[in-house]
Design a protein around this ligand. Structure first.
Ligand code: SAM
Length: 246
């Protein structure tokens, strides 16, 4: 899929409050919208357990879906609330809310009436070797362990036929690319999920018959001077389903 017809700045302009630019790894809004439209219908419920600035939630409510987010960082939670209030100011049809919490402890913290109601989990993991958690004595866990716990915790929340969509990309660490999409699939398998499809989002447009690439996110994924590889221009998209939900 092509999602780079508009620059990231143009995709966000007027839709997100000013502080959102401070987040280091935001999803492209046009990618979130395309995936929400592909996997849900108006009125459906979309969950992002790693909400960040709330791109999934904001684009969901603009598309007439309802949205729920979980985010561990109190500052980001406040930002998501501001972004959702901003969307409400535009008269969006969907309802959105965010809960401060630890995705690796899901479904804990989610209102019981929402179990079995989520039609789409749309999320993007942190670009880091570990994930922060809220547990006594443990501030962080290895990425695959944390991601597997978060994905497994989403399963009881899924409606019949619900899918989990994880957007990721390789990131650079000490001159090497870390295969984050591969780690996501490893986490999904550990969580008992099945990879039912694999897609790519190319952030590019055609101008004067020429292919013009854009970078995939606002994230600076490591030391850009360390290798001749420039900004990443694609996202990997894993489409996952629980073997228990049909
Ligand atoms: C890649 S960012 C998501 C960005 C988001 N898609 C956006 O467009 O703004 C990942 C987010 O996961 C959050 N996070 C990391 N570990 C978490 C956990 N255990 N529970 C909840 N949120 C967590 C981070 O604080 C970060 O904001």
């Amino acid at each position: 899929m092509f999602v780079g017809r508009r620059s990231l700045a143009a995709q966000r302009r007027g839709r997100y409050v000013a502080g959102s630019a401070a987040h280091p790894a935001r999803m492209a809004p046009d990618l979130a919208t395309a995936l929400i439209e592909d996997y849900t219908r108006p009125g459906d419920l979309v969950l992002d357990p790693l909400a960040g600035t709330g791109t999934t939630l904001v684009e969901a409510v603009h598309a007439g879906r309802n949205a729920l987010g979980v985010e561990i960082g109190p500052g980001w939670v406040a930002l998501v609330r501001s972004n959702l209030a901003h969307a409400r100011g535009h008269g969006v049809a969907g309802h959105g809310r965010v809960i401060r919490g630890d995705a690796t402890r899901l479904p804990a913290g989610i209102p019981i009436e929402l179990r079995g109601q989520v039609n789409l989990v749309l999320t993007a993991p942190p670009l880091a070797p570990t994930m922060p958690v809220q547990r006594a004595g443990r501030g962080r866990v290895p990425f695959v362990d944390g991601m597997a716990a978060a994905l497994a915790g989403c399963v009881p929340l899924l409606a019949p036929g619900g899918v989990i969509v994880v957007v990721s990309r390789p990131w650079r660490h000490e001159h090497h690319l870390v295969d984050q999409p591969g780690l996501v699939v490893a986490a999904a398998v550990a969580a008992g999920l099945e990879l039912i499809d694999s897609r790519r989002a190319v952030h590019a447009r055609i101008r004067d018959d020429r292919f013009v690439a854009r970078h995939a996110s606002s994230a600076v994924t490591g030391d850009r001077r360390a290798t001749p590889v420039g900004w990443l221009q694609h996202d990997d998209i894993a489409i996952l389903m629980s073997r228990d939900v049909s």
